[in-house]
Design a binder for this molecule. Structure first.
Ligand SMILES: Nc1ncnc2c1ncn2[C@@H]1O[C@H](COP(=O)(O)OP(=O)(O)O)[C@@H](O)[C@H]1O
Ligand SMILES: [Mg+2]
Length: 261
C-alpha cells in the first residue's frame, strides 16, 4: 500500500533557526494521526509541508504519490483538505457559510464569477448539516461564532473529498461545549472507514477525539516519538515533549495530563 505522506529527513531552516530538524514521518492509508507538541515545536510548519504550501530546505516530501518539487502544487492541493488559521484569514467575512464551503470545489476563496452547479451546493449544504451548522448556511462567515466558523472550515476542507485531511488546532478558542461538539463530530468522522487519512494538530490532550490511531510528538522541530497511540502516548514521552514531569490519564477514550506533584 502506498503511503499517503512520507517525509524523509525534512528540514526547514529560517536564518539560523531550524523549524524542522530532519523529520522522518509517514502516514499510511486509513491512519488517523494526532500531532502533539508545545508552542513553537514546528507543528504548523509540518502541516504547511504536508499541504504542499511550503517546500523543505532539505529532505524529501512525498504527498499522495507525488514528490514535492516534482509536481504542480496547484494540482496536488485540491486533494488535500486543510483547516487552519492561515486559510481562515483568507476567507472573505461577507461570504455566506454555504459559499465558504462551496468555493473550495473551485480552489478559490471568494464567490464572484464562477458558475456553480446545484450538485456542489447540495454537497456543501450536506457537509454543513453533518457538522451541525446547516442552520447558519446563509449567514455571513464573519458573523458566526468561533465554534461555528471552525466547523464551517472543516466542512470546506472536506468539500473536495480530499485524500488527506489536515486540521491545525481546530479546537483553539472554543468554549467547553464548542470543544466537545467538535471532538464528538471529529470522532464520528475518523471512525468512518471511508474518511480520508487525517492529521489533527493540538497541544491539548482533551482535544484528542476517540478514534485517532497514532501520535507524533514534536519538540523544537524534532520527533520525540511516533507510533500507535497506545504505545506512544505515555507520561514519559509527554514529559519529554513538554519538558515537564507530566502524568497522563485516560478515561473512556479521552486523555488529559497534569504536572506530577
Ligand atoms: N519565518 C520565520 N523565521 C523564523 N522563525 C520562524 C518563522 N516562521 C516560524 N518561525 C518559528 O518557528 C517555530 C515553529 O513554528 P510553528 O511551526 O508555527 O510551531 P507550532 O505550530 O508548533 O506552534 C516557532 O518558534 C516560530 O516562531
Ligand atoms: Mg501552530
Amino acid at each position: 500500500m502506498s503511503p499517503v505522506l512520507n517525509l524523509s529527513g525534512v528540514t526547514v531552516r529560517r536564518g539560523r533557526k531550524l523549524l524542522l530538524d530532519e523529520v522522518d514521518f509517514g502516514i499510511a492509508e486509513g491512519q488517523r494521526w494526532v500531532i502533539l507538541g508545545p508552542n513553537g515545536a514546528g507543528k504548523t510548519t509540518l502541516l504547511q509541508i504536508a499541504s504542499a504550501r511550503l517546500f523543505p530546505t532539505a529532505g524529501s516530501a512525498q504527498i499522495l504519490d507525488e514528490t514535492l518539487g516534482g509536481v504542480d502544487v496547484f494540482e496536488l492541493r485540491p486533494r488535500i483538505g486543510l483547516c487552519s488559521n492561515s486559510v481562515a484569514h483568507t476567507l472573505p467575512g461577507r461570504e455566506t457559510a454555504l459559499n465558504v464551503v462551496v468555493t473550495a470545489a473551485y480552489g478559490v476563496t471568494g464567490r464572484w464569477h464562477e458558475e456553480y452547479e446545484k450538485l456542489d451546493e447540495r454537497r456543501a449544504f450536506e457537509l454543513l448539516n453533518d457538522w451541525g451548522v446547516g442552520t447558519v448556511f446563509d449567514r455571513p462567515f464573519a458573523t458566526l461564532s468561533e465554534g461555528e466558523r471552525k466547523r464551517v472550515q472543516i466542512a470546506r476542507a472536506l468539500m473536495t473529498d480530499p485524500e488527506l485531511l489536515l486540521l491545525d488546532e481546530p479546537g483553539a478558542g472554543l468554549d467547553l461545549a464548542g470543544r466537545e461538539a467538535l471532538v464528538a463530530r471529529t470522532s464520528a468522522l475518523v471512525e468512518d472507514e471511508s474518511a480520508p487519512a487525517t492529521v489533527l494538530v493540538t497541544h491539548h490532550l482533551e482535544e484528542i477525539p476517540p478514534g485517532f490511531t497514532h501520535v507524533l510528538l514534536l519538540r523544537e522541530g524534532q520527533v520525540v516519538s511516533a507510533g500507535p497511540i497506545a504505545d506512544t502516548l505515555t507520561s514519559e514521552n509527554l514529559s519529554a515533549t513538554f519538558d515537564m514531569p507530566l502524568k497522563l490519564t485516560e478515561r473512556e477514550g479521552r486523555f488529559s495530563a497534569f504536572m506530577k506533584s
